[in-house]
Every structure is written in C-alpha cells, then in structure tokens.
Design a protein around this ligand. Sequence first.
Ligand code: SAM
Length: 246
Amino acid sequence: MTDAAYLLVHGNREYLLEPGTEFGTDLGVLDIPEDVAAGDSVETHLGTVFEVRELRGPDLFDHLERTGAPMMPRDIGLVMGLTGVSAGDRVLDAGTGTGILSAHLGRVGADVTTYEIDAEFAAVARENMTVAGVDEHVEVRTGDLTEELDTLAESDPFDVLTLDTGDAPAVVERATDLLVSGGHLAVYSPFVEGTREVVLAAREAGLTEVETLETIQREMDFSDRGSRPSTGGVGHTGYLVIARAP
Ligand SMILES: C[S@@+](CC[C@H](N)C(=O)[O-])C[C@H]1O[C@@H](n2cnc3c(N)ncnc32)[C@H](O)[C@@H]1O
C-alpha cells in the first residue's frame, strides 16, 4: 500500500484498504473508489454494504503489518501521558519495530525521528506510517541508534526520547546530550533485569525524577453470575521507566 488507508467495516469484519484497490471477501468483491472518504458506504459485487471509516489510534494495533512486537495501547497511553508529548515536539524513538508507538506520536502532531536496525522492518514501518497517514510527521531511519548518538547529540535537542530496545541503557547514558532541559525519557522493557539497567544508567547520567512502573491492567467481566476481574488475557506487559533531563 502507498496511500493513507481506510477501514471498511461490516459487522465484525474490518479490512484496511487503500483507495483505488480491489479486495475479495467472502461477502463479495470490494472495489474501493479513488475518491472514497470516511462516512461513505461501499457495496460488494454481491450487494453487502461496508461502511468506510477513518483509521483511528487503536486501529493501528489491530491492522498495521507487524514486525517487532508492537507496544500495546495501554503502554502507549502511559508513554504519552507521562511524557506529555504534544504537537510540535521533537521526538527521538527506537526501535521503530511495527511503528505503533511512532504512529501514535505522529498522530498527535509530534515530529518523530525513529531508528530501526533491521532494514526489512524499517521498510514495513515506512509503509505503515503512510497507511496510518503520518508519514509527514514520522521519519523512519534505517540504522542502529547506538551508533548515531554522537551525530544526534550535535543536532537540535529532542523534547522526548522513547526507547523500546534491549540496548536502551547505552542510549540512556547519553540522554542528557540528546534532550532539552526538562525533556522526558520513556523506556519500555519487557523484563525487570533490563529495567534495572535502565534505571542505573538514568541515575548515572544525572537524569532527574526517575520513576519505574510495572504496566498491569485488569479487564473486568460483568456477567449474570457476578462481576470480577477477567480470568483470561494478559495482565502484565512490561516496565516503564520515566525520567527527565536536568
Ligand atoms: C519491541 S520492537 C519496538 C516496537 C515499537 N515500539 C512499536 O510500538 O511498534 C523493538 C525493535 O527495535 C529494533 N532495535 C533493536 N535494537 C535497536 C537499535 N540499537 N537501533 C535501532 N533499532 C533497534 C528491533 O529490530 C525491533 O524491531
């Protein structure tokens, strides 16, 4: 796909489709007009009506092509809320992976430079940014962020630094060279060992307000029998370290 895409929805069926494309479903073939817009309806050749919707943030997690394990919506919410990222902020991010976090950052109008070490993943992420309609806000660079730190430290400082890689501590060590005074660091780590390394690196680097959270969420079930936390699903996803540049 090369253009921003739309969701075509009928009941619980949802397809992410680009204007001017044709797509076969079990309910018939969808022929998406070039000038399709959110709010339109498109009929399959068998007469089933699909509603056309704009892609919204939570749809990114369900529909973008996946490579590196994407950050879950609740963790994205924490990163955005705890860093206060907003329109016009300069954000440095790694690794891009699927690009779910980058796309969310781009959707609020932040200007994101994101690094992905795997060239194939980077190519998918670029396409995902186009599909998500944020390619003007998100620049996906192929490369190892740890090797770009000297160059980046020479450029304009960033307002927010978001990291989701095993080698995040090596970047955290240089965070004060990369961030504006008061700028935020957010590091997501799936394991507590990596999280501890991040915290130690943040302290060593002289970052302030270093705070670590385990991201847990309990879904609630409401049935005729009673109400209780869901017995299924994933409660724990990882740890988030937040800190600020002095
Ligand atoms: C867990 S995924 C990131 C997911 C991403 N936050 C999202 O929401 O879709 C981690 C990615 O970081 C990449 N990576 C690991 N070390 C890196 C580095 N030093 N520089 C750039 N990318 C790196 C990996 O190839 C992988 O795709």
